[in-house]
Design a protein around this ligand. Structure first.
Ligand code: AMP
Length: 395
């Protein structure tokens, strides 16, 4: 795996695909600079070597050159994060852009306008990728968030840099850390899969059954497994049409010697609100009209025992409606157990939108080994897919 550390960028122009698709507020100010911070190490490496950086990214989903999606809105934030003045060109290809790159000196940063102002970017157009490729000597992909897309700037472009292409430090560490779970993992390995729906996690579960010793299933999706086994789940979330599949998963897990741990009890609520009346119930016997919105105390004990006995942990998805404080306790308990295991030397990786949000909300980010930055890309890696943005660099 070639990374920026395998190159000397002295007097070289690095063309870096970053993921600066950051959220902006109504006044077009950046509200979360996490993605810019994540690319900082790669940019600094190039600059400290004595090279220059040409940064390219998309922002949002523009239909044409809509002003609100201009990357000029994030210039100040990049300057604050990286500590270097940012030059900007109002297109990502063409004469003006070529001139700006030509005039770029060592130690300087140039930001290109939104790649998605050109439809050719998402279409993976080869001619467009070729024009982009003229903007640097070495191509670096550091955009994990779009690594699962076969777009012009994320994968097609790599063919124009047969020798001079590599991963940025963020993408390299995402791959390395995911591999610590998926390929080089220390046993016992536990995956915790929570969240709302079985249907959205099915491919992940099927893929990881070959890699784990324990599978903890929590959140709304657990009820489909319970109902499929004849449980009374009241008004809890269920996907009727996924019950067969749930039983198949349980069977496959048994064949592969994977221990599946479903919740034993729940915090049942009379309605879906933070102020709802609640009671603890056995998950197989939830009262008519009530719904399980969090795991219960016996489950907390069971899940944390499994977690504390593990050497590798993957966590994707909350085990309850953590957005409402009344139903956040199970997710907090689980997060704390993972933090404790991590303190004892276990490798823990958290990834996927809502579990990352939960870890941030409950201030556990620094207490786990790694928090993945890429939602869709990380999920596709867990599904066992080869990501176009990664393959383009390695092949
Ligand atoms: P996902 O995006 O599939 O990971 O699902 C995350 C969502 O699942 C969060 O918004 C949670 O509120 C929701 N969730 C977790 N547990 C439950 C539950 N028992 N009932 C309904 N929704 C749940």
């Amino acid at each position: 795996m070639k990374t920026v550390n395998d190159f000397d960028f002295k007097n070289k122009k690095a063309l870096i695909r970053v993921d600066f698709n950051v959220p902006l507020d109504d006044t077009l100010k950046v509200t979360d600079n996490t993605r810019i911070l994540a690319a900082k190490a790669t940019i600094i490496k190039v600059l400290e070597d004595g090279g220059s950086c040409v940064l390219m990214s998309h922002l949002g989903r523009p239909k044409n050159r809509e002003e609100q999606f201009s990357l000029k809105h994030i210039i100040t934030t990049i300057e604050q994060v990286v500590g270097v003045e940012v030059k900007f060109v109002s297109d990502c290809i063409g004469e003006e852009t070529l001139n700006a790159v030509e005039n770029l000196n060592s130690g300087e940063l140039l930001l290109l306008e939104n790649l998605r102002y050109h439809n050719e970017e998402k279409a993976g157009d080869v001619e467009f990728a070729k024009q982009l490729s003229k903007l640097g000597d070495i191509y670096i992909n550091d955009a994990f968030g779009t690594a699962h897309r076969a777009h012009a700037s994320t994968s097609v472009i790599a063919q124009f840099f047969p020798e001079n292409k590599c991963f940025g430090l963020l993408l390299a560490s995402e791959i390395e850390n995911l591999n610590k779970v998926l390929t080089n993992s220390e046993k016992p390995v536990t995956a915790i899969i929570g969240g709302a729906k079985v249907s959205s996690k099915i491919t992940i579960i099927e893929n990881i059954l070959d890699k784990v010793d324990h599978l903890i299933i929590g959140g709304g999706m657990a009820f489909t497994f319970i109902k499929a086994q004849g449980g009374n789940i009241g008004n809890s979330l269920v996907e009727e049409d996924q019950q067969e599949l749930a039983l198949t998963i349980l069977k496959k897990a048994k064949e592969k010697n994977v221990e599946v741990h479903l919740p034993l009890d729940v915090i049942a609520a009379a309605d879906f609100s933070n102020e709802a009346e609640t009671k603890i119930e056995d998950i197989f016997h939830i009262s008519e009209g009530w719904m399980g919105l969090d795991v219960g105390p016996q489950t907390n004990v069971l899940f944390s025992k499994v977690i504390l006995d593990s050497k590798t942990i993957l966590w994707n998805g909350p085990v309850g409606v953590f957005e409402l404080s009344t139903f956040a306790k199970g997710t907090i308990y689980l997060g704390n157990a993972i933090a404790e295991a991590t303190k004892n030397g276990t490798f823990s990786l958290v990834g996927g939108g809502d579990s990352v949000a939960a870890v941030k909300k409950f201030e556990l980010s620094k207490k786990v080994s790694y928090v993945s930055t890429g939602g869709g890309a990380m999920l596709e890696m867990l599904e066992g897919k080869v990501l176009p943005g990664i393959e383009a660099i390695t092949k």
